[in-house]
Design a protein around this ligand. Structure first.
Ligand SMILES: [Zn+2]
Length: 445
């Protein structure tokens, strides 16, 4: 059943020798050099330069934000998150980095940083924070990873292409089946595909830096303890919602105890600093009104991961009843329908998703597949084109544009797309298919 989900041809007649010319791409070299670590001041072997960190961030972070259903559309809240982050990042060891902060629409609990300083927190975690000091702790920890250059140690320039063509294990924990299967079949990114996975030492250092930075910015350090405590208790009562966060930022009781102890010793004289509880509550009124819907989405995603699609549908229905125009809810429901091959239902949800958040790319990707499966190749082609305008650089989109054009008998345009695809991707079924077509059509001898 799953093999028929989308148009990915698997049979091909290409010999190994014929295929050699596209595989002669040299391995990307790393720039090696020593530089002073911004936090410790010690000389350290750096795999990437600062310019490269910024470039890696620029290429990859937009894809992760789109996978997480885009920035939340509540500008007041987003500006507030950004300003809170910038107040802290200005006081760090690397104040000159191009930091930016946003909430993203994903329902699971997570926060993450890219090496240039693009940082995000999901609705799933924002809705559980109780004051601005906890937000400062969360952002401070991520800023700590950027300052200690943990993030760039974890990412290479080819991360995006590798993740998109399935060259690396794309899915963590609960995402390994269900949604993950759908995503991998469609050539989409899995939830954690681009996220850095930190070591426990990285976590200790980011916690220490996060605490230092938030106190410098004038926040009560007990906000850090509060955050750790909240994450600990979430891991007990809703483990699947927090799985990805814990797989990327290893959590432990030790982190909670260390934070508590540090606050009571090193920071004992700063314990009268404010939490800014009201300010956080004021800015999250709309978000907190959606808590029920967000929890239903978390449960729906868990059901999807367990391949319990009826149950998932019920949860997504519940979420959409509370929040009918919720982009993430609409896209998740469309995925649920796609997995069950109900393309006209999927089409209704995905078209609505496009309307409620036309600036966000993911819905166009799914709309392209829904339209291809309904043999509406011209619409599919337009969807893929729109996706590419919003989020350029995804080789899979080039391939699917080629396939849509082929199905419309626009051979020379199709050949152009296939050619461009195999210039970027030189292995896998799609590359073989594209190459085979080019041979068949006489573009390659
Ligand atoms: Zn971390």
């Amino acid at each position: 059943m799953k093999n028929r989900l989308i148009y990915i041809p698997t049979k091909h007649g290409i010999t190994r020798r014929k295929f050699l010319w596209v595989t002669s791409v040299s391995a990307a070299g790393f720039l090696l050099g020593c530089a002073a670590n911004p936090v410790t001041g010690k000389s350290q072997l750096m795999l990437v330069s600062e310019d490269e960190e910024i470039e890696i961030d620029r290429q990859n972070s937009p894809y992760q934000f789109s996978t997480d259903y885009g920035s939340i559309q509540d500008n007041t809240l987003n500006n507030y998150i950004n300003q809170t982050g910038k107040k802290i990042s200005a006081l760090t060891h690397r104040p000159h980095m191009p930091y930016s902060f946003r909430g993203v629409n994903a329902a699971y609990v997570n926060a993450y940083a890219f090496p240039g300083g693009s940082i995000a927190a999901t609705r799933g975690i924002l809705v559980d924070l109780r004051n601005e000091a906890e937000l400062a702790a969360l952002l401070g920890h991520e800023i700590g990873h950027v300052n200690a250059r943990h993030t760039s140690e974890q990412m290479s320039k080819s991360a995006l292409t590798n993740a998109l063509i399935g060259g690396i294990a794309a899915f963590a924990g609960a995402q390994s089946s269900g949604l993950g299967n759908l995503a991998s079949q469609l050539g989409m990114l899995g939830a954690g595909a681009l996220l850095a996975h930190y070591s426990r030492d990285n976590e200790r250092q980011a916690d220490a830096l996060g605490l230092e930075y938030m106190v410098k910015a004038g926040y009560n350090p007990n906000g850090f303890v509060g955050l750790m405590d909240m994450l600990r208790s979430t891991s007990k009562h809703e483990p699947s919602a927090i799985e990805l966060m814990f797989s990327t930022h290893p959590m432990s009781d030790e982190r909670y105890r260390t934070a508590l102890q540090t606050v009571q010793t090193k920071y004992r004289l700063t314990q009268n600093l404010p939490f800014y509880r009201e300010r956080y509550m004021d800015h999250t009124v709309k978000l907190r009104a959606m808590k029920g819907a967000i929890e239903a989405l978390q449960k729906g995603e868990r059901s999807m991961a367990g391949e319990k699609y009826d149950e998932a549908e019920t949860y997504f229905e519940k979420a959409l009843k509370q929040a009918p125009d919720d982009y993430a809810g609409l896209v998740m429901m469309a995925k649920c329908q796609m997995v069950r091959e109900k393309y006209s239902e999927a089409g209704r949800f995905i078209e609505k998703a496009k309307k409620v958040y036309p600036q966000e790319a993911q819905a166009y990707y799914l709309a392209g597949f829904v339209n291809m499966n309904q043999k509406k190749f011209d619409s599919a082609y337009e969807d893929f084109k729109t996706y590419e305008n919003i989020l350029p650089g995804n080789p899979n989109i080039t391939f699917y544009q080629g396939l849509s054009l082929e199905k419309m008998d626009r051979v020379s345009e199709s050949a152009d797309k296939y050619y461009r695809y195999i210039k970027v991707v030189n292995q896998g079924d799609k590359a073989k298919y594209a190459y085979q077509r080019l041979v068949q059509w006489g573009y390659v001898k």
